[in-house]
Design a protein around this ligand. Structure first.
Ligand SMILES: NC(=O)c1ccc[n+]([C@@H]2O[C@H](COP(=O)([O-])OP(=O)(O)OC[C@H]3O[C@@H](n4cnc5c(N)ncnc54)[C@H](OP(=O)(O)O)[C@@H]3O)[C@@H](O)[C@H]2O)c1
Length: 306
């Protein structure tokens, strides 16, 4: 099968389109024919060695954790999905080696759910990692109906899905973004605010009574600003500040979770969750996709089509 691979860390590493062996399918796994692979910043961060203390890496590495595709084979004693099923997933495994930037990927069923029927493969591939991150962040701080939630960095992958999920849960959402993304955020159901100097005052002007929960999807001082705005200091979560826990906020690392993923698929099929696919590039252009992602301006998601 064709796959993208690299053989050493690099910023960026040399990505090559290679012929790789057909992945084996073990018990509790299914073989997925990849239609689209979602691109996440963690893909190139792993390749740069930034998360080396956390994950064993075995070369050559086929990068990628997000997938949408069709089940092609089923491992022994595995009943969760059948051949022909359309699935999507955050296929994070025990170590980094056989990822989703490929024609086929073997996926533990705990990482998968049924693909939303109403979304195409490209849109579906944009949901798993970022959507699970957003949903698990919201549940970590218990954000819910009737509450005011601030999402710092609301226009990117995690943010744009987070806004929609929070709105679907019944929250009022204030989202930060550059001015060029304010209409985009309004379209998703958020009240936009410019980030940077004076952000706390701008949010206070919209929510003088204070906010109920704060989600930091950017880092760089976001936690402190959100902590100055929440009524209860414990209701701030960060996915991007490595010091968040030391600052008294929740520090979240997204987990593969079939039930959470099924919840997101259901939201999509009820029309409450869509994906803005900013760029859909062919697999062979993975390096270009990483360049775009690393530029930090992605609106919604970047995906690779296979
Ligand atoms: N811990 C975890 O489990 C976890 C999970 C997912 C992601 N992450 C991390 O969380 C971060 C966000 O991930 P993502 O996938 O959402 O990234 P992304 O899609 O690449 O985010 C791009 C967005 O960042 C916004 N942005 C740029 N500069 C900003 C600033 N100074 N303040 C606020 N927003 C700014 C941009 O909006 P504008 O163009 O409007 O500026 C753009 O829409 C990354 O660092 C990623 O590695 C961690």
């Amino acid at each position: 099968m064709k796959a993208i691979a690299y053989t050493a860390y690099g910023t960026p590493p040399a990505l090559e389109l290679v012929d790789a062996p057909r992945p084996k399918v073990g018990p509790g796994e299914v073989l997925v024919r990849v239609k689209a692979a979602g691109v996440n910043p963690v893909d190139w961060k792993i390749a740069a060695g930034f998360v080396d203390p956390l994950f064993e890496v075995r070369y050559p590495v086929i990068p990628g954790w997000d997938v949408a595709g069709v089940v092609e084979a089923v491992g022994p004693d595995t009943f969760d999905h059948a051949v022909g099923d359309e699935v999507f997933g955050y296929v994070r495994k025990e170590w980094v080696e056989l990822g989703t930037y490929a024609e086929l990927v073997s996926a533990p069923v705990r990482t998968l759910a049924r693909k939303p029927r109403t979304l195409g493969f490209e849109e579906a591939a944009g949901i798993p990692l970022a959507g699970l991150t957003a949903y698990q962040s919201l549940t970590r701080v218990g954000a819910g109906a009737g509450e005011t939630v601030v999402i710092h960095s609301a226009a990117g992958g995690t943010g744009s899905l987070g806004v929609q999920i929070a709105v679907a849960l019944g929250a009022r959402v204030i989202g930060t973004a550059g001015a060029h993304n304010h209409d985009f955020l309004r379209g998703l159901g958020a009240e936009p605010v410019l980030y940077g100097e004076g952000m706390a005052d701008r949010i206070r002007a919209l929510a003088p009574e204070g906010i109920d929960a704060g989600l930091d999807f950017y880092g760089d001082g976001g936690v402190e600003v959100l902590q100055s705005l929440v009524k209860e200091r414990s209701r701030v979560v960060s996915i991007a500040d490595p010091e968040a826990a030391a600052k008294g906020a929740h520090q979240l690392w997204v987990r593969p979770d079939s039930a959470d993923l099924a919840f997101l698929a259901d939201l999509a099929d009820r029309g409450a969750l869509t994906v803005h696919v900013e760029h859909a590039l062919p697999l062979a252009e993975a390096a270009k996709a990483w360049e775009l992602s690393a530029a930090g301006r992605t609106r919604g998601k970047i995906v690779l089509t296979v």
